[in-house]
Design a protein around this ligand. Structure first.
Ligand code: ADP
Ligand code: MG
Length: 275
């Protein structure tokens, strides 16, 4: 597991994010490809957390971290290479995904979330750009643990400005904990973000805004906190509409858990059809 820059040939850039840059690299000795995430150390709070969490994780539904090394003022994560890019990339090119595609993706993301929550880890940044695929789009894994945390006794809330990135996928109770009893553990927030991401895959645009519409954070936050949650359009199946409804409950105590969602008819019926 002792990877070094000198063993890794950078082949190109896979993505830029809040934390840094992700490169496609070739590990010369094994002739295999990896993703190398390079994060400058001035983001240290998040990096250390990400490193700590990644070391604990071992699940087929989560992008594997093969090694971590420090070099030139940056932390380098050697990650399993997902050659199909993210669901966000797919949305950019394909615009919309079918219910069967979404059912297959959803089942894997939920298995990943079930594993994480079982390990007392809240991801906190589930969104299409953090869900990665292999080339034939059959395998989907959760990536990017930059803002995740291991749940401790007391859960602090993260405000919109405390990290660079988007809070568009954040649940109502993360903006406004007092309206929901003030105490929540964060697990249900991952399910909200998941549901919103799956709905976006179906409709092809961010569900809180009309297609092409732009809004500032204040407007968006108001829509999330005070508006009705978005739902799947009438043209979709009754199972899909129900599934999305179970994820996008505003009150986190009414939201289904990953285990419950894995037994939702939208998934069980699709799985049945595939067999
Ligand atoms: P950030 O914390 O900056 O958001 P991410 O870990 O989400 O960083 O990576 C940013 C982008 O880089 C992703 O959206 C994806 O397109 C690409 N990427 C990240 N990790 C991998 C990987 N293991 N394999 C392939 N592409 C990746
Ligand atoms: Mg990301």
């Amino acid at each position: 597991r002792q990877a070094q820059s000198s063993d890794l040939e950078r082949l190109g850039i896979l993505g830029h994010g809040s934390g840094g840059t992700v490169y496609k690299v070739l590990h010369r000795k094994s002739s295999s490809h990896y993703a190398l995430k390079v994060v400058r150390l001035d983001h240290d709070r998040y990096i250390m957390r990400e490193a700590e969490i990644l070391k604990k994780i071992n699940s087929p539904f989560i992008v594997k971290c093969e090694g971590i090394f420090e070099e030139g003022g940056s932390i380098n994560f050697v990650l399993e290479y997902m050659d199909g890019g993210s669901l966000a990339n797919l949305l950019k090119h394909k615009k919309r995904m079918s219910e069967s595609f979404i059912a297959n993706a959803a089942a894997q993301v939920l298995k990943g979330l079930k594993y994480l929550h079982g390990e007392r880890i809240v991801h906190r940044d589930i969104k299409p750009s953090n869900l990665l695929m292999n080339r034939n789009s059959q395998v989907i894994k959760i990536a990017d643990f930059g803002v995740s945390r291991v749940v401790s006794q007391s859960m602090d809330t993260v405000s919109c400005n405390s990290y660079v990135g988007t809070c568009a996928y954040m649940s109502p109770e993360r903006f406004d904990p007092d309206s929901y009893g003030g105490s929540y553990n964060g697990y249900a927030g991952d399910v909200w973000s998941f549901g919103l991401s799956m709905l976006e895959c179906y409709v092809g645009y961010f569900p809180f805004l009309a297609p092409g519409q732009k809004a500032d954070w204040a407007t968006l936050m108001c829509a999330i906190c005070f508006g009705d949650p978005p739902c799947a359009p009438p043209g979709s199946s009754a199972q899909f509409r129900s599934f999305i409804g179970c994820c996008l409950q505003k009150d986190p105590s009414n939201r289904w858990t990953p285990s419950q969602l894995l037994n939702h008819p939208f998934l069980t019926e699709f799985m049945h059809r595939f067999k």
